[in-house]
Every structure is written in structure tokens, then in C-alpha cells.
Design a protein around this ligand. Sequence first.
Ligand code: SF4
Length: 487
Amino acid sequence: MAVGYGACKPAVAGIACPVSAVVRTMKSIREECGIAAIAANEGIARYLYYCLHALQHRGQEACGVVCFDGKKLHSHKNFGLVSDNFTPAVLNTLRGHVGAGHVRYSTQGGRDVTNIQPFAFSVPPFGLLTLAHNGNITNARVLRRTLEATGAIFRSSSDTEVCMHLLARAQGETLVARLREAMQQVKGAYALVLTAGDKIYGLRDPFGFRPLVIGKKQNLWVLASESCALDLIDAEFVREVRPAEIVQLDMQTGITSFVGTAKPSSFCAFELIYFARPDSLFADQEVYAVRKAIGERLASEDQDTQADVVIAVPDSGVPMAFGYGERAGLPVAAGFMRNHYVGRTFIHPDQQIRDFAVRLKLNPLPRSLKNQRVIVVDDSLVRGTTAKKILRVLRNRGVQAIHLRIGSPPITHSCFYGVDTPDRSQLIAAQQDTAQICRTLGADSLRYLSLPALHQALGDAGHCTACFTGNYREDIFQKIAKQPRDG
Ligand code: SF4
């Protein structure tokens, strides 16, 4: 990531400090956005706040909430974290019985205040609507050019605005019919939430790349990217929105489902490997359990390695290390102490300190690892730059042997479905073989989880693994290949 540490300034007026951004997302593969919507009898702002707080790991660049009280929209959007932006005074201004929220990591559209969601717009006769989006619309440029040629005026560079214009121009008699017509023109990986009148709507693309779940508590319906958001507001997990499905939720009629034509299930494997919180549920599986199963299979495929202890690269490597240690009969140690507070503090970086960004956040235990043969478990290897620094810090602490074990297959291809991965030229596994990577990173050995073992650990629901295999969904990829991406 091209960040000038020396030029870093304190976070001011909701603008995030660049060092904070680095240490929150040390991998060069990044979280996607998080979305939520709530319909209730009253007082939804605090519930939306808690949902977005639980989804903060999916995006830290910006956040927004838009509520509707039956007459007016009430909105607050800004750069920075949810907890920094939504003070009690701000929440008191967000009145309404339906509302949507968004946490953003910018992949498409770039860093601009006009791109902060949810977006609000008017569609006669349905009135004022709000829309929030997670994912990547792969034919957004083509659609945008077509819309602009026929008079559409865009206010942002976000993909999401394309959906707004398509919806405004659709012809169906009901909002669901218009949504269906609009989204039939859209290709890519997406989950959307929408509010209209006293109803909220949620939909996923036909492949189901990106997640969206339904929750319920007395006098409240909620849609959210992950079930951990439901837990925080004490809502019951009802189910996931199905691929190609549109759900309509309101206090009078509950859930109404409009089933579309789904394509082969392609839920993003990286949600389970890295993005999602371990306490979230997908396809009736806890993410923590999937990661632990990955660690177990990693150990089963690695029975000839001599080691004294297993440690994890926090956070998503932790359950994998537990699984590895349990299966291999090895002790699992903490390995690193993580400083959880660096992201909230201005720290003047010292260019003289080697591997500063890593050590700012992760410090190896100074005595426990000395002279030990260590299995280091990480969830994935992208560019390898962070892994190299982590291994160097370990080596400098006197670790005798470092065996790096990766809980996913080599990442050899970029993602075109909304996850911000580097170009292939920067993916270490696309450029070097395992022996070369070992030398580059300073590991004594390196092994990855095999693809069959990954599929076994993920379970039966169909998953996208295109960044490991290059097997993209053809009808999407062909469209992308002909057009450059925004970011
Ligand atoms: Fe997820 Fe990789 Fe598929 Fe992208 S290519 S959706 S990151 S599994």
C-alpha cells in the first residue's frame, strides 16, 4: 500500500489517519463493505448504529445512516469509524421507522464524500428510497455510459448510483417488479438493501457471491451483511437471503419472498477464510468452526514437519492454529501480542525502526518463542510483504525454525467480484514457486492448504474459489475482461 508514513497527520474531523488504515488492514486483500437495514415501530437509529458497529471490520473508510420518518429523510455520513461519527447527539437527529446503513471500504468509485452510502433518491410513485450496496457491478461502466447517453446525470462515481438510475427507469407496477427489471441488467457480485415507505428490501446476485442475512426481534426486522450484527441487537437469526431472491420486510406482513432464477452457488470462499467475523453464521456454519476445520486439514496434510509449538498470525489465523494444534498434537501459544488501540491513536512513526507498521500492531512474545521450532499459521498469502516482515521479526526474537502454513491455496488470480486484490503481477504465488517464496519470506518451509481440503472444510454449499483457480464465472468475467476497472 502506498502510504507515506512520514507524512501522517492526526485523525481530524473524521478523516482517518493513514497509519491507522495500514494497521487495521495489514493484508493487501481488503474487506468489502457492510450493509444493514431495519424496519421497526420506532427508534431505529441506535439499532443501525450497533449493526454497523458489528460490521466495522468490513470497511473503515466511511460510514453512513439514512432514516425515513414517513415524511423526511434524516441522514448522517462521514469518513471514519462508526463510533467516532455517530455520537448520541447525531443519533438523536436520525428519526424514523425504516433506515439503512453502510460501512465502506472503497473498491470502486474512489475516496469522495459523494460516494458515501446509503444513497437517497425519489422514484414516483414509491416516494423517497434509500439504497446501500456491497460488492462489485462488473458492467457498471457500460451501463453508466448508456444511461448518460440517454440523459441520466450522476452525482458520484459509485457503482451503486447505476442501480438507482436503472430502478428509476424501470417500468414494473410494483417496486419489486422494478427492482427485478433493474437488476436483470446488472452483472457482478452484489448484495443490496433498500428502504421504501415502511418497508425494507434485500437482494443478492444470482450467484450469491456476497452475504446478506435476515434477523428479527419483537417489533423489528433487520437485514445485515453478517449475523454478528444481529447478535449485538439481540435479534434472532432467521435465515440468509437466497441467491437471486428479493425479500420484502415490514411490521405488518413480516417476510415476503420473491424468488428469482439462481445460478450455481458461488459464495465467496474468502468470506469464510478471512473477511467475516468468526462469530458469524453462513450456510448454518459458524465461521470460527470453518476456520478451525481448515487448520485441522492443514495439519492432516502436513504430518512430516517437526515442530515444538503452533502460533497464529492474528486474527483469522487464530482458529486455524487451534485446529492445526489439536490435529497435530502440538501446543498452541499466543505467539504475538496484539495492540488493539493503535488504530485509534496518533503515533508518530519512526522511519529508523525496521518493520514499524507490523510491530506497531503485533509484537512476538520475547521469551516463549526463543529457540523454538514454530509452525506459523496464517489464513492467506497475498503479496507476501507483511508475512516477510512478521517472519523477520520472529527470527530476530531467536526463533530456531519457522514453518509457515497457509490456510488457503496459493492466490494466483485477482478477484473481479468486489474484493480488492492486487493485480496478478503483485500476487507472490502467481510470480514465484514455493521454494522461491520460502527464500523471499525467510521461512524454513512453506505449505498451503490444498484446494480439495479447502472445499471439504468449507462444506457443501457452492463456493467461488476463482482467486485460487482462475475459474471465473464466464458470463461475468468476459464482460470485465473488455473493460478496465476503476480501482
Ligand atoms: Fe472471493 Fe476469491 Fe471469488 Fe473474489 S475470486 S469472490 S475473493 S473467492
